[in-house]
Design a protein around this ligand. Sequence first.
Ligand code: EPU
Length: 334
Amino acid sequence: MRIEHNYSLLKHNTFGIDAKCQRFVEYESVEEAQELVRSLTEDDYPLLILGGGSNLLLTGDYKGTVVHSGISFIERLDDERVRCGSAYVWDDFVDYCVLHQLYGAENLSIIPGECGASAVQNIGAYGAEAKDLIDEVEAVEISTGEVHHFKNADCAYSYRQSKFKHEWRDKYLITSVTYRLSKTYHPKLDYGNIRAALAERGIENPTAIELRQTITDIRNAKLPDPKEIGNAGSFFMNPIVPKAKYEELAALYERMPHYTIDAEHEKIPAGWMIEQCGWKGKALGPAGVYAKQALVLVNLGGASGADVVRLCQTIQHDVKEKFGVEILPEVNVR
Ligand code: EPU
């Protein structure tokens, strides 16, 4: 088990916030995770369970223990199932699937982060979500050290939500995730500009490798590389609003994009609303709104967590005022 004290988290958050934690602990196996939780004393709390740090905003030094999984393996269980350690890099899992003719993950290409977080956050992009693939989540209960195996249905998945973000928040250390892929390829091409991007390459029926490459290129063109500009991907969730609210707005804004959730709800892209408020490409001090995708807040250099929070709150206020809709961060603000 790796243990550090007064440890800088700069390398552990893609926002590039230079904050420290009192203690940093990394477990390398289920047994070490059990040993760790059984050894925790009151002085070790609060705990921050960290994945790749690609969905995190640190608002200051963390006065507690940061816990990170070091369990990184991939194994094929059978024809359709693949199990990954919680620290296995998500995109390496997607790559493994595509190379082994296991389908369903292609649209989730190059999402930053680790497999453990995919099960917490229900990561999603281009019409696919991790919940469509997750079969089982193995986790160690922090209060008892017991190992649990949660089935997909136990985790209450929905858009960017799971029990791990709510009633199970900070209660489990995820050790591995089992995914169920498909042996047959059913490409999902209808979301956003996928077909247009394929057409530009003269491709009508892409192979999984071509689809993965196209999604990778679309994302790279729109989203900043954290190695160059600190960011945590989409900063806000797209709000899901009642149909009546959507209709009221659609009457005012004819070109408002939207996705139908069910008979009563519509999802409105927060990026579009933020752009309408004039924030795209603008900054407040060292924190800014990315010029190519308004849903992404960026660290223009040396921003503190407080700078980003100030920008976040100002944007939330402006969106509420203009559209009467509340937008909530999708990043974990700690
Ligand atoms: N839009 C604007 N202006 C902007 C950004 C978006 O008008 O600055 C409009 C677009 O033109 C489009 C709509 O909003 O009509 C949706 O935009 P886009 O397809 O780029 O996706 P998004 O809703 O902004 C979500 C995910 C992304 C994911 C993309 C593609 C959330 C919070 N974000 O963004 O996920 O890559 O769809 O599926 O659901 C992430 O979570 O970090 C992330 C990048």
